[in-house]
Design a protein around this ligand. Structure first.
Ligand SMILES: Nc1ncnc2c1ncn2[C@@H]1O[C@H](COP(=O)(O)OP(=O)(O)OP(=O)(O)O)[C@@H](O)[C@H]1O
Length: 375
């Protein structure tokens, strides 16, 4: 468990942010520019001491009352927007600088980091000879080799162009799958957050508006995320089977099974699906004759009107309405014509193409089992 509460004033900015999140997985600190995300991260690293603060990280107290563990005594890896590599050192020199070998029960080895981040062939190069994405991968590797108990990432992709971002995201997903180190990830890009985060801390003007599992917050009618122009649901599932003849995979999700384009890996592999609300339509009956592969029963939980004559319908998959949260954005006219109401059972139709996360460029993903085998 990571419990943080910070209060203080920075110039004219008032911070009063408190949250408690799981001590594992990726937690995104998300919110508009200037809401205090970086300030919270710096306070967690101990780089800034706010007058009132409490911080506990997986059983250790780093700040409380007069107790303040100095930054160099906190086992934190920090990755900044721009990779701050030592220009005079090679990639290898940068990776091994400050490398700690024995901390915790399961130290991360150089080979494992190099393999996870795909940086083996860069060893002899200097930072000026690397692309932005490569530099950032090396910076992440260096942070991991300091054997952190907590990895802090402050908009690690924001200085990269779209192409480099797409290049590096799968590596972050691999880290997520392979390592047990908790990550606090600052971003104001919802697409990044939807793809990576397990938990979301939603910040607004120095306060924490909400904190919890990302799937819940995305579909919460009291929060602004569902009212974004293109809201989406994220659903974590597991590969059941693949069908190479049609290039499809079947994914078990809470409340049903979905057919997704592409080979998403061997049975049992965890996969995250992002389903834009605009790609979901609703009907009262299962379609008899359609090109749509996914038509699942779902219960209507509620509906939020939008300013442009549409309705964002909140659904829970499964006939019992106990499955994963799903969103559908439909026209106000369709909502009225079908006379839909909260509590009713409908059939949610999803376009198969809308389900796949961007195709993984790596032929395999490292699973937790693989890490256990190598550590
Ligand atoms: N040392 C400081 N002195 C005075 N004001 C500060 C200081 N550090 C940050 N601020 C102010 O605190 C507010 C929050 O800044 P912070 O960098 O934490 O926001 P952010 O959410 O990370 O923003 P962005 O997404 O743009 O990076 C801003 O208004 C900033 O100007």
């Amino acid at each position: 468990m990571i419990g943080a509460a910070f209060r203080g004033r920075l110039g004219s900015f008032d911070l009063d942010a408190a949250f408690e999140v799981p001590g594992q997985g990726i937690t995104a600190l998300f919110g508009p520019s200037g809401c205090g995300k970086t300030t919270v991260l710096r306070a967690i690293a101990g780089l800034m001491r706010l007058p009132e603060g409490t911080l506990r990280v997986n059983g250790e107290t780093w700040q409380e009352g007069r107790r303040f563990v100095p930054p160099h005594r906190r086992a934190v890896g920090y990755v900044f927007q721009e990779a701050s590599l030592f220009p005079h050192l090679s990639v290898m020199g940068n990776l091994t600088f400050g490398m700690r070998r024995h901390r915790g029960s399961s130290p991360i080895g150089l080979d494992e980091v190099v393999d996870l981040l795909g940086i083996g062939r860069l060893f002899d190069r200097h930072p000026t000879q690397l692309s932005g994405g490569e530099r950032q991968r090396v910076a992440i590797g260096r942070a991991l080799l300091s054997q952190p108990q907590l990895l802090l990432m402050d908009e690690p992709l924001s200085a990269l162009d779209r192409f480099s971002k797409d290049d590096i995201l799968p590596y972050l997903e691999r880290l997520h799958a392979a390592l047990s180190i908790p990550v606090l990830y600052v971003s104001h890009d919802i697409a990044e957050v939807e793809r990576l985060a397990d938990t979301l801390v939603l910040m607004e003007a120095g306060r924490v508006r909400a904190a919890g599992p990302i799937a819940d917050l995305l579909a919460d009618p009291a929060l602004p995320l569902i009212h974004m122009p293109q809201p989406a649901a994220v659903i974590d599932g597991e590969v059941v089977s693949t069908d190479p003849r049609y290039g499809l995979s079947e994914i078990a999700v809470p409340g049903g099974r979905l057919v997704v384009s592409g080979d998403l890996g061997p049975p049992g592999m965890r996969r995250r699906l992002r389903i834009p609300a605009n790609d979901v339509s609703l009907g009262r009956h299962a379609p008899l004759d359609t090109t749509i592969l996914n038509a699942l029963p779902a219960r209507i939980e509620g509906a939020e009107p939008t300013p442009d004559h549409q309705v964002t319908v909140r659904l829970a998959l499964g006939a019992d309405g106990k499955g994963a949260a799903l969103l559908a954005r439909i026209s106000r006219k369709s909502w009225d014509r079908l006379d839909l109401k909260p509590g009713e059972l409908v059939v949610a139709r999803l376009k198969a193409v809308a389900l796949a996360e961007p195709a993984p460029p790596l032929s395999t993903r490292v699973t937790p089992a693989a890490r256990t085998a190598t550590s």
